[in-house]
Structure formats: C-alpha cells, structure tokens
Write a protein that binds this ligand. Structure first.
Ligand code: ADP
Ligand code: ADP
Ligand code: MG
Length: 472
C-alpha cells in the first residue's frame, strides 16, 4: 500500500495532491526552490526538501527528485501537470528506483507525447482524426505540397507541443512559408524538439475532451466530457462540465470514443482524450494528455469522484471503485483560471505581492489556490494563481453563481483576469451556451470593457477597501 508520496510539482496542483494524500492518510513530501520558500505547497505538505537556488530547473531534474523520493522513504511519486509530468524518463527512473509513478506507462507517455504517433495510433484504431501529416514534415516544400492537398486554412503544430504553444494557423501559402521556420524555432525553444507537422484547420470548432480512468485490471471508464472552447491563443481560460453545447446522444458517443481511444493504447491511470467538434457535428481526435489536467475540478464537481485519489489508488494496483453505469453527473460546473495577468495590456503577466486576498465562498464554490494575502507571486512560473470552480443545478444558475463568486473574489496588488471573466459571463453567446474556440478573438470589446470602471475610481475604491480593513 502507498504510504508516502513525493509531489513532484509546485503551485495549486501540488496543494491539490497534498490534500488528496491527507484525506487518504498518506504522508506527502514537497519539493521547492528558493523562489518557492514561502509557497503554500511547502507549508501544507508533511515534509519539504529544498532543490537549490535556481528557480525552475530544480523542478525539472528527474534524477534528483526521484533521489529525494527514495531517501525520504516515499513509495510513490505524483507528477501533477506541466514540468516533468509528460516526461517518460521520469516514469522510467521511478520504475528503476522502485517508486510507483502515479501515471501511465513510460511507453504510453512517449507515444501520446508525440502528436504524430498519437494520431497514427488513433487512425489505426478507427478513431476519426483531422486530415493531416502522417509523419513529421521534412522541409517547407513538403509542407507546401501537403497544405495544397488538404486545403487552407491549415495548422502548423509542434509535434511535441503542449500548453497551447507552438501552434500557428496559416490561411494561405504565404503565411505557411512565413510561419514554417517560426514554429520550428518556437518548438525548439519551448520543447527542445524541432519537429513540426501539419493538420487541416477546423473552422470555429468546439474543444470537447473526455476524462478517462483506467485501472491495471483492464477496466476503462469515462467521466463524461468537458467543454474547453473558451481559449485565448490556444490556451484554455474557462472550462465547463458537462458541455452545455452537445446533445445526450453526442455525449454518449464521445464518451465511448474516449474509452476506445484509451483502450487502443493500453492506457492506465487518469488521462484526457481531446477532440474538436466541427460546425457539421463531426468529432475529431486532437491529442491525449497523459496526466491530471488543470480542469479536472469541473469533472470532480459534477460526478463527485475525486480524480487525484483515484489516480493514487490505480497506481497502487487497486481496481476502479466505479463501473461505467455507476458514474453519473449532476448540474453544471465552470472553472475559471484566475491568472495574474493584465487583460488590458495584452495579458502581460503581473507578478508581485498580493497585498490582500479575499476568497469567495458560499454555496457551490470551490477554490484551488496557490496564493494567500502577503504571498509574492514569483516571476519564473505560469501566471495561473488560482482556479475558481462553481457548481449549480442549471446552466443559467451556474452562470449566475460564477458572476457572484467572481465578484466575491478580491485580489489586490496584482492584476488578474477576474474582471475579464465577468465580461465573458455577461455576453449573450456565453449565457446562451453558443460559443467556440474563436469566441475570445471575436470579442475584443470584452477586453475593453474590463475597465468600465474608470481606473482612478477603481484605485480609490481599492484604497478605501484597504483603509477600511486596516481600521478594523
Ligand atoms: P491542461 O492540458 O491541463 O488543460 P495546459 O495545456 O494549460 O493544461 O497545461 C498545463 C500546464 O502545463 C501549463 O503550465 C503548460 O504550460 C504546461 N505544459 C503543458 N504541456 C507542456 C509541455 N509539453 N511542455 C511544457 N509544459 C507544458
Ligand atoms: P496543446 O498540446 O498545446 O494543448 P492541442 O493540439 O491540444 O495543443 O491544441 C490546442 C488548441 O489549439 C485546441 O484546443 C484548439 O483550440 C486549437 N487547435 C489545435 N489543432 C487545431 C486544428 N486542427 N483546427 C483548429 N483548431 C485547432
Ligand atoms: Mg491540448
């Protein structure tokens, strides 16, 4: 039985994993670099080990992290998302050192981490894929010929990409020729691998993904879908479960397709199969994420299943606690990624001290945060500082609850995306559950509205609130 877990991550997901451990009676071990000396995951874990002064690279040193797991007496390691979570070598090192890796097999991570290999495996399994390359592009001439064959617009994509980076839409040959070297350079910089491929661009698609759980005994189930169509630059901002935009028949179809995809690659543990839904109601496989996802909270909220605890049980060799027919869902959940960014300034990251933070509460509200009053957001990492997840029985109810909870949530000292999300919630297309991945780009006015309150008044209101607080 797993008794002690090394949490190979930081921020809100590290806190999330520590919470799961705590509820299961499992000890947790945190790791941190100098920049995270005062981070919440360090405070909450049972033990914490210092990785050195360099802010980021410590979290990427698989050998050292597994060493800490061994010497601190851990029997398992949870990789979270980002960092080493999709690095097959971490899973291999864990296996060699007799540490249970809480995730799928290294070979499956490797295969699904390569979007070409993933596509080919899905095509072989009869899962519909967007028309595109069957291998990496050799040169720009191959790209030109293939794009001509499948028709513009096309997407140039980093084969090993993630986090929405290394993806460019090309509307014509000129753009393709212009973007080719750019995507290669982005891919090399961000992922250390220059390989790129090409896919037909689906016009105004919805991003619909299926949460999978699969145990070591061959049981594979889905926990329904999430709608992650509200994105900016291919990065998710708001995620919803279930999708308010698909029918029960589509829900049943896509759930089964997700399970089929996972089975086709012998998937074990929690994973997500991402699909695009086009304007003619066709679903296409896009990629598989072999880890817990940022937006797992919305699925937990509607199904009542603790995905992180299930991950740990699966890694421990235990069978799933649920059969497909036992899994139901109730109402709607929306997650808002609260980023420390300035929407008015091209979403520029806004790091620094959170002078005051008031968490929202009340019915149907969940917060997964890495911040607290007085916390200084370090400039070296992702700008997401909290996730707000709200739940209600109906779509209209959850939109209202989101509005109320976002207004409850007060963050002073840094700029955040909170007010921008309020604007999205007020838009008739969002309220009417009719949006696609083009929504953010199609509505630049929502970013303008963020400062509907004149900045002087806003600053005065904030000072007054702080003064009032300090007067207490
Ligand atoms: P999710 O897929 O869980 O919805 P994201 O795609 O936003 O979430 O990724 C979550 C985090 O992991 C982000 O910080 C992102 O930058 C990082 N990330 C995702 N994939 C990769 C990758 N292949 N390489 C490096 N970082 C990644
Ligand atoms: P990542 O690994 O960075 O998450 P994905 O392949 O999942 O990359 O793509 C990220 C986002 O980019 C998708 O959610 C979608 O909005 C957009 N996208 C990717 N491929 C296509 C495509 N072929 N057509 C239209 N949009 C796409
Ligand atoms: Mg993706």
């Amino acid at each position: 039985m797993i008794k002690k877990i090394l949490v190979a991550n930081r921020g809100e997901i590290a806190v999330r994993i520590v919470r799961a451990c705590s509820e299961m009676g499992i000890k947790s071990v945190a790791i941190y670099t100098d920049a995270d000396r005062h981070a919440l995951h360090v405070k909450k874990a049972d033990e914490a080990y210092h990785l050195g002064s360099e802010p980021v690279t410590g979290y990427l040193n698989a050998h050292n992290i597994v060493n800490i797991a061994v010497t601190s007496g851990c029997d398992a390691l949870h990789p979270g998302y980002g960092f080493l979570s999709e690095n097959p070598e971490l899973a291999e090192i864990c296996a060699r050192r007799d540490i249970k890796f809480i995730g799928p097999d290294a070979d499956v991570i490797r295969q699904m981490g390569d979007k070409i290999q993933a596509r080919n495996a899905m095509i072989a399994a009869g899962i519909p894929c967007v028309p595109g390359s069957d291998g990496n592009l050799e040169d720009v001439e191959e790209a030109r010929v293939l794009a001509h064959k499948i028709g513009y617009p096309v997407m140039l994509k980093a084969t090993n990409g993630g986090g929405g980076r290394g993806i460019r839409r090309c509307d014509n040959e000129k753009e393709l020729l212009g973007n080719y070297e750019r995507v290669i350079s982005e891919a090399s910089k961000a992922f250390g691998k220059p390989e790129v491929f090409l896919e037909k661009c689906v016009i105004n698609p919805k991003h619909i993904e299926v949460q999978i759980l699969a145990d070591s005994q061959g049981n594979t189930i889905h926990l329904f879908e999430r709608d992650c169509s509200i994105q900016r630059r291919n990065q998710k901002l708001i995620e919803i479960a279930p999708s308010p935009q698909i029918s029960p028949e589509q829900r049943a179809y896509i759930g089964e397709l997700g399970v089929k995809a996972a089975r086709a690659v012998g998937y074990e543990n929690a994973g997500t199969v991402e699909f695009l839904l086009d304007q003619d109601d066709n679903f296409y496989f896009m990629e598989m994420n072999t880890r817990v996802q940022v937006e797992h909270t919305v699925t937990e909220t509607i199904t009542g299943i603790d995905i992180v605890q299930e991950q740990i049980r699966i890694a421990d060799g235990l069978p799933l606690q649920y059969k497909q027919e036992d899994v139901g869902f109730r109402g709607y959940a929306i997650e808002f990624r609260i980023n420390a960014e300035d929407p008015k300034n091209n979403f520029l990251p806004s790091f620094g001290k959170i002078t005051r933070y008031y968490a929202p509460g009340g019915p149907g509200v969940r917060i997964d945060a890495a911040m607290y009053s007085g916390y200084v957001i370090p400039p070296y990492f992702d700008s997401m500082c909290a996730k707000l997840t709200v739940w209600a029985l109906t779509w209209d109810g959850v939109v209202e609850r989101g509005r109320r909870a976002l207004s409850d949530m007060q963050v002073y000292g840094v700029k955040t995306t909170i007010q921008y999300y309020q604007e999205i919630l007020q838009h008739p297309d969002f309220k009417g559950a009719d949006f696609n991945t083009g929504f953010v780009e199609a509505h630049p006015e929502l970013i303008e509205y963020v400062t509907r309150i004149p900045p002087e008044l806003r600053a005065a209101a904030i000072s007054a609130a702080i003064a009032a607080h300090e007067g207490i």
